[in-house]
Ligand binder design. Structure first.
Ligand code: SRM
Ligand code: SF4
Length: 572
């Protein structure tokens, strides 16, 4: 395995965060002391170290102004992100999270993320240790939820009885095991683990070394034909080729990423590029080699350019292929051609194996809570407690209840209906594929609403498409509260990217299969004009589309310029 460091380029000047990482003694920082200091917040160095432990320091942004006026400090609270490889949970683990949300989250909710894990928002500093301990007692961790390391590794959440499902799971867990931080500091801080003797930390991180990766690193394993998880948005995308029963090998794609900064013009989203094919037994070695290339060559001076995509674009894909081949000690095989037949989430009832099925349940923006109209949290708790399904969180923020006996299906569906939770046939195609990131009030980077805004927009868009006889069209709408792209907006048919409170940039022309970046259509559009801005394009699409052509494909084919330059109202 290629874990030794090959000579890195001379690093010009390390960014502040690199220094914090280096001084943290493998992520210990002064967290233990800080947890005892009675203050509601952590200092800046510990805030950075905490991310590696799966914790973000936030404040309730709804309260900011009021507290400021009253001369009080912000209402600090933590977001805790678990690491749940492939989104798979036992019923006991699901119930443990459900209870943690009741006990410690100020919002009383659980949030399924676009990388198929759970986030708990609104955890006060004084409850942090108990929360993290409880997650570990449920045999899960938060280490690797965030920070400059390999993040939650994702895969298609749909279960199946064919051997390749188990093989992919095995390969995913091997990657997770190998790419997880090994620091003992996590156990020392949160689980009262015995402390290592001074200096013994030196060899703790064979893969990451003292300063971990230059930036976050995301890995996804898709199954050939099904891009439900947006494989092209990952630093390392892995596509499993199957012969119907077994995995025959994997195609590797590198350099995907969504993040951009609106004011920094040379930051951009990028689709991962296919670079090589590996046999199944070669996968782990290849994954480690790819990670080490980024570890050794990624930009450690300026975090804005530290993602793998910039390393690759700066040096070129040919350079990368040569570097990877050198690290593996053999020439690379060409990537296999990739074809996608589906990309929607696995909602509704599906046969899993004889006598058993799984039910994909739509969760609006991944937020599990009880409201006046839908009791997501309590209904799912009751169902999981009674029927003991295995639970799978999807990368489109939904939930799959797996291993359900067929006889349980009507009972489960009845419970969902009674709780006001729609089944898949009650949902428009548009709603099934819509996603919004968290944004306000917890995200410190949000410049606009997203999770709280999309539910108000969806009925208007449903009406718009219905007006043109397109109610059943599969169209992906994605919304984010800033350009960072947490709901992967730049590969949706339609995206609204928050720029300032109430104003969004509109992006159009991606495709439903997530294989093409969309284009900026209009900037800073007020939220109440989003539907009107899209209407002329929907009208033209309805009139001019080719058979089977998706909305994004149509926009891409005819070009946005025609609509951009049309006088307002002319095409409505
Ligand atoms: Fe994200 C930062 C939420 C998936 C790109 N993301 C953040 C933070 C932690 C804000 C912060 O740094 O203070 C957000 C916390 C909000 C909150 O209150 O919960 C946040 N990101 C999320 C989640 C919860 C969105 C969701 O609605 O589900 C997703 C959690 C995933 C997980 O479980 O690990 C989430 N973020 C993504 C994705 C999608 C993906 O990975 O498939 C992306 C685009 C892909 C990519 O990484 O390029 C993404 N998040 C970012 C970025 C931009 C990174 C960049 O390269 O520029 C940031 C900002 C940063 O890292 O500086 C960010
Ligand atoms: Fe926050 Fe921006 Fe990510 Fe939305 S896209 S969760 S606003 S960082």
């Amino acid at each position: 395995m290629t874990q030794e460091r090959s000579a890195p380029e001379a690093v010009k000047k390390e960014s502040k965060i690199e220094v914090i990482k280096r001084n943290s003694r493998h992520l210990r920082g002064t967290l233990e002391e800080a947890l005892q200091d009675g203050r509601p917040l952590f200092d800046e160095d510990n805030v950075q170290v905490l991310k590696f432990h799966g914790v973000y320091q936030q404040d309730d942004r709804d309260l900011r102004q009021k507290l400021k006026k009253e001369g009080k400090e912000k209402h600090y609270m933590m977001m805790v992100r678990a690491r749940i490889p492939g989104g798979v949970l036992t019923p006991e683990q699901y119930l443990a999270f459900d209870e943690l949300a009741d006990r410690y989250s100020e919002y009383g909710s659980l949030r399924i993320t676009t990388r198929q894990t759970f986030q708990l928002h609104g955890i006060l500093k004084g409850d942090l240790k108990a929360t993290i301990r409880a997650i570990n007692e449920a045999l899960l961790t938060t280490l690797g939820g965030c920070g400059d390391q390999v993040r939650n590794t994702i895969t298609c959440a749909a279960p199946g009885h064919e051997a390749y499902h188990a093989e992919i799971r095995e390969d995913l867990l091997a990657i997770v095991d190998c790419a997880s931080a090994k620091t003992h500091g996590y156990h020392e801080i949160w689980l009262d683990g015995e402390k290592l003797p001074l200096g013994a930390e030196a060899g703790e991180e064979p893969l990451y070394g003292d300063i971990y990766l230059p930036r976050k690193f995301k890995i996804a394993i898709a199954i050939e034909g099904d891009n439900c998880l947006d494989v092209y948005a990952n630093d390392l995308g892995i596509v499993a080729h199957v012969d119907g029963e077994h995995v025959t090998g994997y195609t590797l794609l590198v350099g995907g990423g969504m993040g951009r900064t609106a004011s920094v013009k040379d930051t951009y989203p990028r689709l991962a590029t296919p670079v090589a094919y590996v046999e199944r037994h070669e996968l782990l070695e290849a994954v480690v080699a790819v990670i080490t290339v980024q570890r050794d060559y990624g930009n450690r001076a300026d975090r804005r350019y530290a993602r793998f995509k910039y390393t690759l674009d700066e040096r070129g894909i040919d350079w990368f292929r040569a570097e990877l081949a050198a690290r593996l000690g053999r020439p690379l095989a060409e990537p296999r051609p990739l074809h996608w037949q589906r990309a929607h989430d696995h909602l509704g009832w599906h046969v899993q194996r004889p006598g058993y099925g799984y039910l994909g349940v739509y969760v609006p923006n991944g937020r599990l809570r009880d409201t006046e109209t839908a009791r997501y949290k309590s209904a799912l708790r009751e169902i999981v407690a009674e029927f003991r399904p295995s639970v799978r969180l999807t990368t489109q923020q939904n939930i799959i209840l797996a291993d359900l006996p067929e006889a349980a299906r009507p009972l489960v569906e009845q419970k969902l209906k009674a709780a006001g939770i729609p089944l898949v046939d009650e949902l428009s195609a548009l709603r099934q594929s819509a996603m919004a990131c968290v944004a306000l009030p917890t995200c410190g980077l949000a410049t606009a609403e997203s999770e709280r805004a999309l539910p108000g927009l969806l009925p208007q868009f449903e009406q718009l498409f219905a007006d043109y006889g397109l109610a059943d069209e599969r169209i992906s709408i994605r919304m984010t509260g800033c350009p960072n792209g947490c709901a992967r907006p730049y590969i949706g048919d339609i995206a609204f990217v928050g720029r300032s409170l109430g104003k969004y940039d509109i992006f159009l022309g991606g495709d439903f299969y997530g294989t093409r970046l969309n284009q900026l259509y209009k900037e800073l559009v007020p939220i109440d004009q989003l539907v009107a801005e899209i209407r002329p394009l929907v009208a033209a699409y309805a009139a001019e589309r080719q058979p089977g052509e998706g909305f994004g494909d149509y926009c891409h084919r005819v070009g946005l310029e025609r609509f951009r330059t049309a006088a307002a109202g002319e095409l409505r």
